[in-house]
Each structure stands twice: as structure tokens, then as C-alpha cells.
Design a protein around this ligand. Structure first.
Ligand SMILES: Nc1ncnc2c1ncn2[C@@H]1O[C@H](COP(=O)(O)OP(=O)(O)OP(=O)(O)O)[C@@H](O)[C@H]1O
Length: 712
């Protein structure tokens, strides 16, 4: 056994070095091949056996947040899809990016066939030159009959076979030995103490601010049946396959049923959604029914998460008479208005659209709101959300119950005061900043001068190792989109998810990924929080996120509810601080180092470079298609204005809470808030070393673009 020097993750000769040792057996070539085959066979066998439920049957429910494997999909986008249809007005059929890529691939195949045929033809002609009295025309026909196309197919298959073979050897080269644990002692002793201990004064403030969680409320509930829940709620839980409550559910439900304010935190995938929905439904069963009113408001930071929470609530409440409404941007305002007029008991919303309705939909207000929930509450306190939240809170009665939840929940009193909580109970199940227990975190080192290798590393890993149920996170929409083109041209089945897509495209991508129609979801942080897609095996971070909370949420899309999962993060030199925090977050889970061999990287770099002109072609065609669609939309808009001008101008003008400019400003303030929270003063941004780090990050983010530019 030998320890590989190459496996040391951080910058050499650095005092702060965090050592991640990986032991690798040194084996000779023959033995290596035999062993690789055996390992591959065993892995396949394990995978096959694991496939139906990669769930640890010995897993302790109440300690770990897991439980029975629930139904295949606890949620769907039925409500969102319904509103989508209502908002569509005779859409023109569009050419999707997939169509353009497929066309390009077809062209490539045809070109390859033609080239192969031409080569054969040339060879034949060469041969014929040697033969006297050759009949050129006839021979040409014969050649076409048996040679055209066949050669190209074979070539491609050979290429595929080559891939497979390489795959076997490269898996070994990648040399990630299973079952390796990072030595905690090393980790702890080498790390500088970065956590800022709350001062005594702050601890005192917290003691005063939070209500104590009373012993009898938090008693160990082994089953939902011991929680005094009504039959319709128990039936709803059973229909989703929930038998035992998870830790956060066992602690939250009794306290929430008492109407107390709650500030709750538990790791990703530990069942926080049901933790707040169950007590809400139970309380609503006892509502007065004479007059309808909206009593519960659940706020989420993204449309997709809101749609998911709405769907879970509908399913859990399917044996009750409680009504629900989904109220998010990107979907039909009109149909939402119509639903809100009926005063649904529960509204699940994103803040912007909710404020729009509060201001502009007659007959809808929040004055009857009795329970306000904020999912991903720490996110809602950031960026542009803070002002919108202030506006929403102002519209809700003071006497309401407020519940805040997140895997990275803050207990910072100053921030919470803004939410005007009433002596909240602090229910933090796991130590803060902790990753899920069954998550294996892997890191791939990208050296400073190798930033341009990122795309090749990603493609090599996806082509060879991570072949299905993979989410890849990118820092920018452009990077996710360009990678979608690259994946497509390489024959990898991927969907993209980011803010540049229409709402319909966003839902479609998620559904296709959820249903296994595509193997990869290439996303921005839009998909980082809350989304619960069963069976995600791997999360790849193309870049390390800039906020640690975001890292935890991203990797939390896998290893949920007691299942296994793996994250692979490409770590640049400027990400060392984040890397250390990530390693620290892995108290029970494993940390490993992944190495992709330089030869593999070079081979994939070459492939990407060869595809450069085609990427450009696809992007150009896409741009043209977009311009046509835009022009058609303008024409339709003008026609509508002419046809329905009376009705349009008779409507009262909608008012907006914030202009785009206001929103931008609020976002800037939010960013600065965040920076100061993490010890970066706004003025520090101007310092050269900070500028350099930012530049490096930007460089890694744009490396796909660099490759394309380099080639073209
Ligand atoms: N009591 C339970 N028994 C079995 N499965 C459960 C139970 N509660 C929740 N689950 C399942 O656990 C998974 C994760 O739940 P959920 O999405 O609520 O997690 P979360 O804590 O909100 O995660 P995140 O922090 O990522 O938003 C879901 O698939 C859900 O169906």
C-alpha cells in the first residue's frame, strides 16, 4: 500500500494544508487488469442489488432523518402545468436547442459517412489504377452498394468500444478507493480555527430571545400515531409512505400544534417540508367553515420549490377538505387571481408574485393570515428578498404564528428580529453547517494553470463514471447553456435549468430529469435549494459556490432521507477556504479525492476543441431562431393591442412594489450584508488580492467560453 503524493488536495508547502490521504494499492499491469475487471464486476453487481432501494435498511430513522422509502414521486407539477396551459395563447411551434443539436449531430454523421465513403472510393481508385482495363463506372456502383455508410458506422462503434476500454483503465487511474475515511485528527489539528464563537453577550441575547423547547413537547415520538394527529392527516402521511417521523418532524410537530413560533434547522433531505405542513393541516381541520379565508401562507424562494411544496401539501391533505393555491411567477396571473378569489385555505407563493396579487388582485389580502411559513428562510433574508418580505410581513396580522426553516438556518437574533417573531422556539436538530450523513464528498483539484481543463474533466467523468441521475451545478446561466450544447454534441443526454429559460422549459427540464428521460441536469443555483428528486446519485459542482451555505444545499440534492449519494466538486486554488469548510461539514460522511488522469483530460480537451466550430454553429442557429421567435411575438403583441385595445386600456394599471432598479439596489445591499456576515468588508473587494481571487473565479467560470474562443 502506498500513499499517493498526488492525492494531497491543497497547495503544497502551505502551513494551512488540509491533508486528504488516499491509499492506493500498487499493482502490476496484468494484475491491474484482472483486478479492474473484478472490481467493475463487483461494482455492477452491487449497483444491481442496490438499485431498487439504495437505502440503508439498518438506518436509524429518528436519529438521521430518514425512514421508509416513500413513494416514487411525492410531488408533481400538476398545478403549475395547469396554470401554464391557461397562460399560453396559441404558441407557435418552436425549434428547441435539442432539435438544433440533433440536426448538427445528424449532419456530422452524414459528413462522417461521406468522408468514409470518399476514403474507400479513393482507396479503390488507387487499386484500380494498378489494374489494367478497369471499368470505373461499374466499380463505383459496387462500392456505393456495400461501402457507403457501413464504414462510418463501424468507425463509430470502434470509437465507442475505445471509450469503454478506456473507461475500464481510467476508472482505475481515477484511483478513488472506496471506504477511505479522512482522518479526523489530521483534519482538526491542521485547520485554523475559523468559527467565530458567539460572544457571551450574543449568547445571552439568544437565551432571552428564544423560548425554551419544553421537555414534554419534545418527547421521543417513534410514530406519527403518538402525536395526536387526526385520521385524515395520518391517512395522508400513510399515502406518502411516511410511518415514522424524522427527527425534525418529531420535534417540530408538537410545538407547532401549540401555535408557537419556530425557528427550525435540520440537514438537507431530513423532512422539513412535512414538519411544517402536517401541523398546518391538523390545525386547519379545526377552522371555522362558515366563511372562507386564506389562513396560511407558505413562502419559498423559487417557483419550482413552491410548486413542489404545494404538491406535497396537496398530497398530504388529500383526505381533508383543505384547499390550496399555488401562486408563483411565470404562470398565469389570471388563473391565480380566479383561484385566490375563492379564498383557498393555504397559499404557497414566491414573494414577488404574492405582492403583485396583494396589490392588484381585488378581494385578496393577507389580513386573515394565521400562519406564515418561510421555507429556506435564510435565503429569503438575503439579496432582494428582504424588502419584499418586509412588505409581506406588514400585510399579515401581528397575532399570526410564524415558522422559519432551512438546512442552513440562522439563529442570528438581529436578522430574526426583522421577521417579527414572537419568542420563537429554536429547533436545531443537527449541528449547523453539516452535510447529510450518507453523503460521500469528493474533490477534484484544478491547479491554477489548469483552469481551462474543467470542461474536459467534467466530460471525462460524465462519459466514464457518472452516467445517470447527475445534477451539475454552474455559476452562470451561460456556462450551463454552453455545457448543454457540448453535452448534446458529445451524445450525452442532458437538460438545462436556469433563469434564461421560459417557465415551461424549466418545468419540462425538471420533469424529464425526474422521470429519467435525461441523465444530466445542468443547472444554476436555481435548483440548489429544496428540490427533492428521488434517486439523484451524484451532484457535481463545476465550480465551488461562493457561499458555503449554497454548497451544502447543492450537495444536499443527493443523499436525502437516508439514501446514499455522492458529490464531486472541482476545486480551484481560490476555493481553499470553502474546501476546508466542506471537509469540516463531513462529520459522519466521507471525504475523498478524485484524480482524473492527464491523458484522459488531454483526450477530452482535444474532443472539445474539435467540436468548437460546431458549438459556434449551434449557437448561431439558436440566435437566429430566437430572433424569429421574438419578431413573431412582437407581431402577435401588436395584433392583440389593436384587436383588444378597448379592453386593455379599460383595465386599471397594475402597480409594482419595486421597480427593476429598486430590486437591483436591494440585491446589492443584500450582497454586501452577506459579505460582512462572512467577514468581507465591502471595501475589501477593491483590494488587489480580492480582485485577483474574483478574477480567478471568473476565469474558471468562463473556461468553456475560452475553449470555444480558442478553437474558433
Ligand atoms: N417521515 C418520513 N418518512 C419517510 N420519508 C420521508 C419522511 N419525511 C420526509 N420524507 C421524504 O424525505 C425526503 C426529503 O424531505 P424534504 O424535501 O422535506 O427535506 P428537506 O429537509 O426539506 O430538505 P431540503 O433542506 O433540501 O429542503 C422527501 O423525499 C420526503 O418524501
Amino acid at each position: 500500500m502506498a500513499i499517493h503524493d498526488d492525492f494531497v488536495m491543497t497547495i503544497d508547502e502551505d502551513d494551512d494544508t488540509v491533508m486528504i490521504h488516499e491509499e492506493e494499492e500498487v499493482i502490476d499491469d496484468d494484475e491491474a487488469q484482472l483486478k479492474a475487471k473484478k472490481v467493475k464486476g463487483e461494482k455492477k453487481k452491487q449497483k444491481k442489488e442496490q438499485k431498487p432501494t439504495d437505502f440503508d435498511s439498518g438506518f436509524t430513522f429518528a436519529n438521521d432523518g430518514g425512514g421508509n422509502v416513500g413513494p416514487v414521486h411525492a410531488w408533481d407539477f400538476t398545478a403549475a402545468r395547469g396554470m401554464l396551459k391557461a397562460s399560453q395563447t396559441g404558441d407557435v411551434p418552436r425549434v428547441s436547442i435539442d432539435d438544433i443539436i440533433a440536426k448538427k449531430r445528424k449532419e456530422n454523421k452524414e459528413k462522417a459517412k461521406a468522408n468514409a465513403a470518399k476514403e474507400l472510393e479513393d482507396e479503390k481508385l488507387d487499386d484500380e489504377d494498378k489494374v489494367e482495363d478497369a471499368i470505373v463506372e461499374d466499380d463505383d456502383e459496387d462500392l456505393a452498394a456495400d461501402g457507403f455508410g457501413g464504414g462510418a458506422e463501424e468507425d463509430e462503434e470502434e470509437e465507442e468500444e475505445e471509450e469503454e476500454e478506456n473507461s475500464a483503465s481510467d476508472t482505475e487511474e481515477e484511483g478513488v478507493s472506496d471506504g477511505e475515511n479522512v482522518e479526523d485528527a489530521d483534519r482538526d489539528s491542521d485547520e485554523e480555527e475559523e468559527e467565530t464563537e458567539s460572544s457571551k453577550a450574543e449568547a445571552e441575547r439568544k437565551r432571552e430571545y428564544f423560548a425554551p423547547e419544553e421537555e414534554n413537547e419534545a418527547r421521543d415520538h417513534q410514530a406519527f400515531s403518538s402525536m395526536n394527529l387526526s385520521r385524515p392527516i395520518l391517512k395522508g402521511l400513510a399515502s406518502l409512505g411516511f410511518v415514522k417521523p424524522t427527527d425534525i418532524q418529531a420535534r417540530t410537530i408538537p410545538v407547532a400544534l401549540l401555535g408557537k413560533d419556530i425557528c427550525g434547522g435540520a440537514v438537507t433531505g431530513s423532512g422539513k417540508t412535512a414538519a411544517f405542513i402536517v401541523p398546518i393541516l391538523e390545525r386547519l381541520l379545526y377552522r371555522p367553515r362558515q366563511t372562507a379565508s386564506t389562513r396560511v401562507l407558505i413562502l419559498c424562494p423559487t417557483r419550482e420549490l413552491a410548486a413542489q411544496v404545494h404538491s406535497v401539501a396537496v398530497k398530504l391533505g388529500s383526505y381533508t377538505d383543505i384547499s390550496f393555491c399555488l401562486c408563483v411567477g411565470g404562470l398565469s396571473v389570471k388563473s391565480q387571481e380566479a383561484e385566490l378569489k375563492m379564498k383557498p385555505d393555504v397559499v404557497v407563493a414566491t414573494p414577488g408574485r404574492l405582492i403583485d396579487h396583494v396589490r392588484n388582485s381585488t378581494g385578496f389580502g393577507l389580513d386573515s393570515c394565521e400562519i406564515l411559513v418561510m421555507d429556506e428562510a435564510d435565503r429569503m433574508l438575503e439579496d432582494g428578498f428582504a424588502d419584499e418580505l418586509g412588505e409581506i410581513i406588514k400585510s399579515c396580522p401581528k397575532s399570526r404564528q410564524t415558522m422559519l426553516f432551512s438546512a442552513t438556518m440562522t439563529d442570528n437574533v438581529d436578522q430574526l428580529i426583522r421577521m417579527s417573531l414572537n419568542h420563537p422556539v429554536r429547533l436545531f436538530v443537527d449541528a449547523s453547517n453539516q452535510a447529510a450523513t450518507r453523503l460521500v464528498q469528493e474533490f477534484v483539484r484544478i491547479r491554477a494553470h489548469r483552469e481551462a481543463d474543467r470542461s474536459a474533466v467534467l466530460l471525462a467523468m460524465c462519459r466514464k463514471t457518472f452516467k445517470e441521475k447527475v445534477i451539475v451545478f454552474f455559476r452562470s446561466k451561460a456556462a450551463a447553456h454552453q455545457m448543454k450544447i457540448l453535452f448534446g454534441l458529445m451524445g450525452l443526454n442532458a437538460a438545462e435549468l436556469h433563469g434564461n429559460l421560459t417557465q415551461e422549459q424549466r418545468l419540462e427540464s425538471l420533469e424529464r430529469f425526474r422521470d429519467g428521460e435525461v441523465d444530466y441536469l445542468l443547472a444554476t443555483d436555481l435548483a440548489a435549494r429544496g428540490l427533492d428528486i428521488k434517486g439523484i446519485e451524484t451532484v457535481i459542482n463545476y465550480n465551488m459556490p461562493t457561499q458555503f451555505a449554497q454548497y451544502l444545499h447543492r450537495v444536499g440534492r443527493t443523499a436525502r432521507a437516508g439514501r446514499n449519494g455522492r458529490s464531486v466538486t472541482l476545486v480551484g486554488e481560490s476555493d481553499r477556504k470553502m474546501l476546508k469548510m466542506a471537509i469540516k461539514s463531513a462529520t459522519n460522511s466521507q471525504v475523498k479525492n478524485r484524480v482524473v488522469s492527464p491523458e484522459t483530460i488531454q483526450r477530452y480537451k482535444k474532443k472539445i476543441e474539435d467540436l468548437g466550430p460546431q458549438i459556434q454553429d449551434v449557437m448561431r442557429e439558436e440566435k437566429e431562431e430566437r430572433s424569429i421567435r421574438q419578431a413573431e411575438m412582437e407581431v402577435r403583441k401588436s395584433e392583440n393591442l389593436i384587436l383588444h385595445s378597448d379592453e386593455i386600456y379599460a383595465r386599471p394599471a397594475r402597480t409594482w412594489f419595486q421597480t427593476e432598479k429598486d430590486k437591483k439596489k436591494a440585491k446589492e445591499i443584500g450582497k454586501n450584508d452577506h459579505k460582512s456576515k462572512f467577514g468581507i468588508k465591502p471595501e475589501e473587494v477593491k483590494k488587489p488580492e480580492v480582485r485577483k481571487k474574483r478574477k480567478e473565479r471568473k476565469k474558471s467560470n468562463n473556461c468553456i467560453i475560452t475553449i470555444i474562443e480558442f478553437v474558433c
